[in-house]
Design a protein around this ligand. Sequence first.
Ligand SMILES: [Zn+2]
Length: 345
Amino acid sequence: MSEHPSDQTKLRVIYVAGYGRSGSTLLDIALGMRPDVFGAGELTALARHAWKNGEYCACGATVRACPFWSSVMARAGGSEAQDMLDRLADLQQRMEALAASRRVFARFLPASRDRYHQANRALLEAVAAQAGQGEIYVLDSSKLPGRALALASMPGIDLHVIHLVRDPRAVAWSMSRPHPKRIEAGVQRELRPKPAFYVALRWSMVNLVCEWLCWRLVRRWGDGRTIRVRYEDFVADPPAVLEAIRARCAPLLPGAAADGLSEVLRPGHQVAGSRHRMQASLVIREDHVWQRQMPEMARRLVSWITAPLLRRYGYMPGTGRGEEGRAAPATRPGLVENKGVGAGR
Ligand SMILES: [Zn+2]
């Protein structure tokens, strides 16, 4: 087993891995309300498209005009910020693909790997430095398991992974509806409806890779840095799930896990993620719309394709708290529906 990474560095990253529309942006905002966690949103998007396409930060400014991200890029790239991000985007393309396993890194791409590590370290250090004094965890909810694998290979990184899952029928329902491109509203490209069978297959594949990722991290660093969280449990009882994350995945966070969490969430500077980050405030609530409106055939198809993992994650009747995707009822009166959002409706 290699040296424990937290022995070497102050570069601390909590990574949210999982499939799309699983509520990662909401989790990012909630956990990012802690003073010692900076919720960066989908950080992989900064170099890929958010900076150069003039996309919007959760604070309401474009990423280039945002005081936080413009300062980060001044620290990380100076006057060559755009060049630095272009190079990083190119490296991300190669390094964060699922195929970029450790074997590929080791045999064929050592130069790219080293440049990827250098550029990411510069960026992550700039984010942590800009986010505040003291020990800051950068919360990266990029979701791609390949990015987590690539980050895990960085020397000295102190990486913690939250594997976030959501009922695939809710995900398929969310992805069955189109959204037109509205950059200022946080929708960076037109979202076309995706067929249920496609979502079910992708959901299964991505979650299996996330499981493999967590298994690899446990093998390498031991227990205590990965946790699987169901979105439905998070929205039912956010403080309890944040505490579980602290206890099982980021034990260095001091105090109660829900420090800074309030009934009304206020997005910070999430650089990319779901469109809900563009709301000035939001309230966590449960979302059962799919259970009422999803066509029976699509629901059955998704259930059939994803059956093994549905059972494993407790979404089948009799296999856990979730009955047909319904987590335990909300236990806090504050979890109300008025202006709240679920993940990706
Ligand atoms: Zn901002």
